[in-house]
Design a protein around this ligand. Structure first.
Ligand code: NAG
Ligand code: NAG
Ligand code: NAG
Ligand code: NAG
Ligand code: NAG
Ligand code: NAG
Ligand code: NAG
Ligand code: CU
Length: 565
């Protein structure tokens, strides 16, 4: 064991009796918090102008549940006092730049175990918590994208090899929609998010959104940030500190799952609602847990947008599957409820799709208590939402293949995962031209469902098809790592799975089914306008694309994405 390893392994293994048994916790006792709002613009003489924000990352304590002692967390906020988990919701305005100086005020030691044997940010003095913030879904210059190697420690004391600047510039010149910001530091993303470094960001475009008539305003347009966590009896977040291949990776495990379901920083909260329509922007900020959400009384969801853009028209569902880091934007009409309370439930096995079934605790998310008085509701759900032209398949300038591999040890436990068989440090092979559209065939050769996220580009999922004789194909791929030589077309003949209606349209994360090939059409240009990028997308340090199961991304299902002109 190296000296670095001894310094980094902060927490020893925890006996099971120290983990809080969630079945002992009362559900629905805490009110759903509404995170503080921070505006990324200001009005000067009635004209919106850009604004510079300073948002810090602080260590503090957070109450996740009435009966869980205060939990040490890392929280985003304008000050330590008002920092929250999740952090404040940033509201941006179309076309108005928001500048954010992200400041690291974190202590010298992490609050969670962290594994130096995976490719990881390492300050030379081994002190401090490296962080860097990525605005997920943002269309902005590489220097403001939060590259995994652009990390920095408290006071910008130590900086990663690809560090560029202190203040990030977000253009907000993109389709209105739901984004989120979170840490993206090399090899630390899973623990930094588990510690609390997460927040919502909304780009609003009142000229195009107001006419839709959807529920509006702070009371009826709400953001729900959902994740799962386990706790020790002293209140601290529990993360298993023994890896599943401890002789190779002392701590790293392929997926983190927590027993308690947290919404806006409270375990199984309750929210009192009026008998009318509400809009909920639901962000799945779990490391690895999928949620298949439904209401226990048959109430339905009307989807109006996905993770990056409005849908063409609303889609009604009784349940839907949300992968890590996916966002769905739904309207729920509580006036249609036959009961005066309803539970938002989850029944996705974990890992998804072949893992354990949910239990009573992680099968429930939150409770809505519905007031009896039926009120006059002027909001509506229009027949048509916003249509962004979708490119023709024939307009694609080229086709790429992205293969997802998992490597196992001699005890048959995952050791690491790669895209296209390459580590992150290997030079960029995906080098799309700005302004073009490409076909990516994503081949999932593992047993997990991997949510793929591409920075800068937006995409449309066209087709999902199972592979036949997958073992034969995989054997060839493991040897040659070449889908053409391995005759992908001979194997991509299995069952087709229709893309669900509410996931048709533009997205920035899509779930890649195991043993399948998923065809996506990726656009490296704006979708709402034909103007070219208002910044230089070819600059250093470039972008990345990766699996959004954070434990996979960290080890190292992530590759550079270099845009060329
Ligand atoms: C948080 O506190 C800071 C410092 O007092 C203040 O400037 C800021 O407006 C507060 N932010 C919110 C969202 O309350
Ligand atoms: C932690 O993970 C190790 C390795 O997978 C496992 O053997 C152990 O049972 C886990 N501990 C707990 C408390 O789940
Ligand atoms: C959150 O995302 C994870 C990972 O993709 C996924 O497994 C989980 O089902 C999602 N949960 C919800 C509520 O969507
Ligand atoms: C989600 O839950 C519903 C209702 O429990 C069930 O019918 C549906 O098959 C589930 N979907 C997935 C993808 O697991
Ligand atoms: C961009 O131009 C193409 C071709 O003229 C047109 O079909 C498409 O609608 C335009 N897209 C937008 C968003 O205006
Ligand atoms: C990141 O920094 C390293 C070391 O300085 C350099 O070799 C590499 O080219 C940089 N990568 C990018 C994408 O800028
Ligand atoms: C090559 C490989 O690992 N294929 C797996 C893909 O996913 C299916 C369904 O989960 C598995 O049965 C295959 O073994
Ligand atoms: Cu993955």
């Amino acid at each position: 064991m190296s000296v670095a390893l001894l310094v980094f392994l902060t927490s020893s293994s925890v006996a099971e009796e120290q983990i809080i048994s969630v079945s002992k916790l009362r559900m629905f006792v805490d009110e759903l918090p509404d995170m503080p709002k921070v505006h990324g613009f200001e009005f000067v003489n009635g004209v919106p102008k850009s604004k510079s924000l300073k948002i810090g990352m602080f260590k503090k304590k957070w109450k996740f549940h009435r009966d869980i002692p205060p939990t040490p967390v890392f929280a985003f906020g304008e000050s330590k006092h008002n920092a929250t988990v999740p952090g404040p919701t940033i509201e941006a305005l179309y076309g108005i730049d928001t500048y954010v100086t992200w400041r690291n005020h974190l202590p010298s030691k992490h609050i969670l175990p962290w594994d130096p044997t995976i490719p990881t940010a390492t300050p030379s003095d081994k002190k401090g918590v490296p962080t860097v913030v990525h605005l997920h879904g943002g269309i902005h210059e590489p220097a403001s994208d939060g590259n995994a190697n652009s990390w920095f420690t408290a006071g910008f004391k130590e900086k990663g090899p690809n560090w560029t600047q202190k203040t990030y510039r977000y253009r907000n010149l993109q389709q209105p929609g739901n984004l989120w910001y979170h840490d993206h530091a090399m090899g630390l993303t899973r623990v930094n998010l588990l510690a609390g470094l997460i927040g919502a960001y909304i780009v609003r475009h009142p000229d195009v959104e107001a006419p839709l008539g959807l529920p509006m305003g702070d009371e009826f347009d709400r953001t729900l940030v959902i994740f799962d966590r386990s706790f020790q009896s002293d209140g601290s977040i529990y993360m298993n500190s023994t890896g599943n291949n401890p002789s190779i990776h002392p701590q790293w495990q392929p997926e983190y799952f927590g027993d308690a379901i947290i919404v806006n920083g409270k375990a199984w909260p309750r929210m009192q609602v009026r008998r009318r329509k509400y809009r909920f922007r639901i962000i799945n900020a779990s490391n690895a847990r999928f949620f298949n959400l439904s209401f226990t009384n048959g109430l339905r969801f009307t989807h109006v947008a996905s993770d990056s853009a409005y849908l063409k028209r609303p889609v009604i569902t009784k349940d839907f599957l949300l992968g890590p880091s996916e966002i769905t934007d739904v309207v729920v009409d509580f006036s249609k409820s036959k009961s005066d309370s309803v539970i938002l439930a989850n029944d996705a096995p974990y890992p998804y799709p072949s893992g354990d079934p949910v239990n009573d605790a992680n099968g429930k998310v939150m409770k809505f208590v519905i007031l009896n008085y039926k009120e006059f509701d002027t909001s509506r759900i229009p027949q048509k939402l916003i249509r962004y032209p979708e490119p023709e398949l024939s307009s694609a300038s080229r086709t790429r293949y992205i293969a997802m591999y998992e490597y196992t040890s001699d005890i048959d436990e995952p050791v690491h995962l790669y895209l296209n068989g390459k580590p992150y440090e290997s030079p960029a092979t995906e080098t799309p031209k700005a302004g073009t559209t490409e076909v990516w065939n994503v081949i999932n050769l593992t047993e997990d469902n991997h949510p793929l996220h591409i920075h800068l580009g937006l995409f449309v999922a066209l087709d999902q098809r199972e592979l036949v004789n997958v073992d034969e194909f995989e054997t060839c791929m493991m040897k040659l790592n070449d889908p053409i030589k391995c005759q992908l077309s001979k194997y991509a003949r299995g069952k087709r799975t229709e893309v669900p209606d509410h996931e048709k349209g533009w997205k920035n994360v899509f779930k890649m089914m195991p043993g399948s090939v998923t065809k996506i059409l990726v656009r490296f240009a704006y979708i709402h306008s034909n103007i070219s990028y208002v910044f230089d997308p070819t600059a250093d340090p470039g972008y990345v694309y990766h699996c959004h199961i954070l434990d996979h991304e960290d080890n190292a299902m992530m590759r550079p994405l270099k845009i060329i002109s």
